[in-house]
Design a protein around this ligand. Structure first.
Ligand SMILES: Cc1cc2nc3c(=O)[nH]c(=O)nc-3n(C[C@H](O)[C@H](O)[C@H](O)COP(=O)(O)O)c2cc1C
Length: 309
């Protein structure tokens, strides 16, 4: 049974790839195209390979000039990647009105501020039906260490945000503080309504001054290692369970009204977690926010509110 191109592509969509713009200069005009089919070939001599569709205008320009550059795009180059893939209909030299371009040794255009550029002379061509693998001998390299690369994955531009242990340590410490504050509240005397109020206020009191840590984490967590995420999610579930337990017990004594205490706990945590969408609040501001949100939470489930002193 032969595989259809659609089946092949559906697999390839899952192959996250670095995005490059391959450029050349031929007969006084620049040409360039976006390419993910780029690979390192040998370090000695330094060679790089690119698979180019022979119907692309860039193919004729590269083979005509005998030179090309591979520009490895940075995270903020998605618009350039789209343009050099032909998305806005702009062709040839006009594509270069976006970005700033230099030259190194061969005269092929080198994109300023990209992650790395390899300036090459074309040394070999190997044809495979629609595509030709072009092998370049690298004459010069320009590198910008620390650049975050642009990726292409599942039909969309993607970014790999660098996460370091410091970010996760700060987040884990925050959850630890939160859990400690909640345990203290839950162990205190008083009605379930009072406990729920103090639980909510403690949650905000811990989170409000450090929303930057939270916001940072929410943008990075997808890139954390699986074991690190498991550890963090485990801590989050502890908090969920404590709140569910509090609500169930409050319903049991008739203090709370909630047909589905687990869903109510989710809704409450959703409200309290929304704090990371606000600017950081400290001191009296954080205190005021804690009190107001705690009142709101109590109003969601308690039969009697405001909270009895
Ligand atoms: C993410 C992405 C990756 C691509 N990779 C390649 C590639 O590796 N080789 C190729 O020939 N075309 C690739 N293309 C298609 C070319 O960028 C596109 O056909 C371009 O318009 C060719 O320009 P040209 O005809 O001016 O050379 C890719 C397109 C996208 C969006």
């Amino acid at each position: 049974m032969s595989l259809s191109p659609t089946e092949f592509r559906s697999g390839m969509r899952q192959l996250a790839a670095a995005v490059n713009v391959i450029t050349t200069r031929h007969d006084g005009a620049r040409a360039g195209m976006t390419a993910t089919a780029v690979m390192s070939l040998t370090a000695e001599p330094p060679q790089i390979a690119v698979a180019v569709n022979r119907s692309n205008a860039s193919y004729a320009a590269i083979t005509g000039s005998g030179v090309f550059a591979v520009n490895v795009l940075a995270n903020d180059h998605a618009a350039i990647a789209s343009r050099f893939a032909g998305a806005d209909g702009v062709k040839g030299e006009a594509r270069f009105s976006a970005g700033q371009w230099d030259v190194l040794e061969t005269g092929a255009p080198i994109l300023r501020d990209c992650a790395a550029s390899f300036d090459c002379t074309l040394v070999q061509e190997v044809a495979f039906t629609s595509h030709v693998v072009l092998v370049g001998l690298v004459r010069a390299v320009r590198v910008a260490p620390g650049t975050t690369p642009l990726l292409f994955m599942d039909g969309a531009w993607a970014s790999l945000v660098r996460a370091n242990d410091g970010d996760f340590a700060a987040y884990e410490q925050l959850i630890g503080e939160l859990t400690g504050a909640l345990d203290a509240v839950l162990a205190s005397q008083g009605s379930f309504t009072r406990k729920l109020h103090d639980f909510s206020a403690a949650f905000i009191r811990v989170n409000a001054p450090v929303v930057d840590v939270l916001r940072d984490f929410y943008t990075r967590e997808t890139f954390a290692s699986a074991s690190r995420l498991d550890a963090i999610n485990q801590r989050k579930r502890e908090v969920e369970h404590k709140l569910q337990d509090l609500l169930i017990r409050g319903v049991g004594t008739g203090e709370f009204e909630a047909r589905d205490p687990v869903a109510a706990a989710d809704a409450i945590l959703g409200l309290l977690n929304g704090i990371h969408r606000r600017p950081a609040a400290t001191g009296a501001q954080a205190e005021d926010l804690a009190r107001r949100l705690a009142d709101l939470v109590v109003a969601m489930v308690a039969k009697r509110h405001p909270v009895p002193a």
